[in-house]
Design a protein around this ligand. Structure first.
Ligand SMILES: C[S@@+](CC[C@H](N)C(=O)[O-])C[C@H]1O[C@@H](n2cnc3c(N)ncnc32)[C@H](O)[C@@H]1O
Length: 245
């Protein structure tokens, strides 16, 4: 996996303020997460804690965030020092999570799309499944495995663009370029098919797998029209998945 978040941690944090993140990504993911009250929740690839804090605010009993990047965890801990939510942040690899069978809910925003091979994806899914109680749920958003990135239109109106160069096959890199006020920065993900994802979820022990289309928050229509959102909503480059152990 080649995207090192340490140097781009702060820019990534600012990219979370783009309206599509709030009104589509966050709205849909939180709907899928449901009511976390009284739950033990693990945020895998938590980054600077965007969803970790949100889940805790929504009433989760305890929340742990884990991420590979020390830079991201440092930013998360800075926020924790300000808000004092009692969230624990740990530097760690999703592929090496210990067996705890402890969590009711695991969330992972943009983790699985870092797997370049079926084996890497399997290791991530196995790691997450190991942390969940039987009946526990895993909800995730990623670059959509069903989306044909080589023919993607420009998403510049939302503040980002995607590029996929070379043969479209398992492991092909997808570059996401986020445009911020002070310039752009890139993140590299990888394509793995829907079938590869389904097989990895099942092998990890998830007995139900549901794919969900993005939803638009009604608040997204305060400043923008339906026409503005339709290219993103009708053929979405991000996919939401819910698995039950
Ligand atoms: C695009 S960021 C998303 C951060 C956060 N989930 C969010 O939505 O704001 C992807 C994160 O995945 C982390 N990551 C990538 N591979 C990982 C792995 N194997 N285990 C844990 N974290 C990983 C990166 O360090 C990065 O912080």
């Amino acid at each position: 996996m080649t995207t090192d978040y340490d140097p781009i941690a702060e820019q990534y944090q600012r990219s979370k303020q783009q309206p599509w993140r709030t009104f589509v990504e966050c709205f849909t993911l939180m709907k899928l997460a449901g009511d976390p009250r009284d739950m033990a929740v693990l945020d895998v690839a938590c980054g600077e804690g965007f969803y970790t804090r949100m889940i805790r605010e929504r009433g989760a009993a305890c929340v742990t965030g884990v991420d590979l990047s020390q830079g991201m965890i440092d930013l998360a801990n800075k926020q924790e020092a300000i808000h004092q939510q009692g969230v624990e942040y740990i530097v760690g690899d999703a592929r090496e999570l210990p067996t705890t069978d402890q969590y009711d809910l695991a969330i992972a925003a943009y983790l699985l799309n870092y797997a370049r091979t079926r084996d890497e994806l399997q290791a991530m899914c196995d790691g997450i499944a190991r942390t969940l109680k039987p009946g526990g749920r895993f909800v995730t958003v990623n670059s959509s495995p069903a989306y044909h990135f080589p023919s993607a239109p420009s998403f510049r109106q939302y503040g980002f663009e995607t590029t996929a160069v070379g043969d479209w096959q398992e492991g092909t890199p997808i570059t996401w370029t986020f445009h911020l006020e002070d310039g752009p920065f890139d993140i590299e993900n990888y394509y793995l098919s829907v079938e590869t994802h389904e097989a990895a979820f099942r092998e990890a022990g998830f007995r139900e797998v549901h794919w969900h289309a993005p939803k638009l928050s009604p608040d997204g229509l305060k400043d923008n029209t339906v026409d503005f959102w339709s290219p993103l909503m009708e053929n979405s480059p991000v996919a939401f998945i819910e698995c039950v152990k």
